[in-house]
Design a protein around this ligand. Structure first.
Ligand code: PEP
Length: 252
C-alpha cells in the first residue's frame, strides 16, 4: 500500500448537468474532509460550459476540475471544439482524453488521442488517457493486446507520473452495471504497469492507473483494493455527491 501513488477518484459527468448541478459540487467539497483529503484526491470533469463556474465554485475546496476532451491545437478554425489552453484558462487542471465514447462516437484513433494528451500537457493540464477493450475483444482473448497497443500509442511524449494518469475502462462495463472480476482488473492493471515501465522506466511506478466502468458505492471497496488500482473514473455515480463520496469513502 505504502508505495502506491495517492489515489484519485475522478468523476466524468459526460453531457449531464446544468448550472443547478453545481450544488452537488458544494456537497462534495464538504464531504472531502481533512481525513479523506489525506487519503485521496477528488476530481470532477463537468461538461465544458460548466468548467469555469465549477472551478470558481471549487475554490476553497480541494476538488480539482477537469475537461472531458480537448482539441490537439491551441486555437484555430475548429467550430465547436475546445482547446486545452481554454480549459486551463477556465480553471481546469486535468483533461480526460480518449474516452471510449469519444473513440467510438468521433472515430478518435490512438494517434489522435496521443495528440490531445500532448495538448493537455502543453497547457499544463494532467492528461487522463482512457483505454479499454470492447466485449468482442475480451471474449476473443485480445484484451491485453488491445490495451497494450492503446497505452503504447496514446501515451503522450513527455509523460510523467505528475502529468499523466491512465484510466482502464472496459467499454462493455461503462454504464452497463457490469464489471470485470477483481482478478481480471488485477491482470489488466498489472499489464498496464509493465507497459508503462517499458516506456517510462522508474517513472511508471508513480503513474496513477484508474479503473472505470460501473463503479458504484457497493463495489468500490473491492475494485479499489486491487493491486495497481490507484483510483476510479466514475460516470453515472459521480452525478450525486452522496454516491461519489460513498465511492471515495472506500479509502477512509
Ligand atoms: C465513464 O463514463 O467513464 C464511466 C466509467 O461511466 P460509468 O461509471 O457510468 O460506467
Amino acid at each position: 500500500m505504502s508505495n502506491r501513488p495517492k489515489p484519485l477518484v475522478a468523476g466524468n459527468w459526460k453531457m449531464n448537468g446544468l448550472r443547478a448541478a453545481l450544488k452537488e459540487l458544494g456537497e462534495m467539497g464538504q464531504g472531502h474532509d481533512a481525513a479523506l483529503r489525506a487519503k485521496c484526491d477528488l476530481l470532477i470533469c463537468p461538461p465544458a460550459h460548466l468548467v469555469y463556474v465549477a472551478a470558481a465554485a471549487a475554490i476553497g475546496t480541494r476538488i480539482a476540475i477537469g475537461g472531458q476532451d480537448c482539441h490537439a491545437k491551441a486555437s484555430g478554425a475548429h467550430t465547436g471544439d475546445i482547446s486545452a489552453e481554454m480549459l486551463a484558462d477556465s480553471g481546469a487542471t486535468f483533461c480526460i482524453v480518449g474516452h471510449s465514447e469519444r473513440r467510438a462516437d468521433h472515430g478518435e484513433s490512438n494517434a489522435a488521442v496521443k495528440a490531445k494528451a500532448e495538448a493537455a500537457l502543453r497547457a499544463g493540464l494532467t492528461a487522463i488517457v482512457c483505454v479499454g477493450e470492447t466485449k468482442d475483444e475480451r471474449v476473443s482473448g485480445k484484451t491485453l493486446a488491445v490495451v497494450r497497443r492503446q497505452v503504447r500509442n496514446s501515451l503522450p511524449d513527455g509523460a510523467s507520473a505528475a502529468n499523466t494518469v491512465i484510466a482502464y475502462e472496459p467499454v462493455w462495463a461503462i454504464g452497463t452495471g457490469l464489471t470485470p472480476t477483481v482478478a481480471d482488473v488485477a491482470e489488466v492493471h498489472a499489464d498496464i504497469r509493465r507497459t508503462l515501465k517499458s516506456l517510462m522506466k522508474g517513472e511508471a511506478a508513480g503513474v496513477r492507473i484508474l479503473y472505470g466502468g460501473s463503479v458504484k458505492p457497493d463495489n468500490a471497496k473491492a475494485l479499489l483494493s486491487v493491486d495497481n488500482v490507484d483510483g476510479a473514473l466514475v460516470g453515472g455515480a459521480s452525478l450525486k455527491a452522496a454516491d461519489f463520496l460513498a465511492i471515495a469513502a472506500a479509502y477512509r
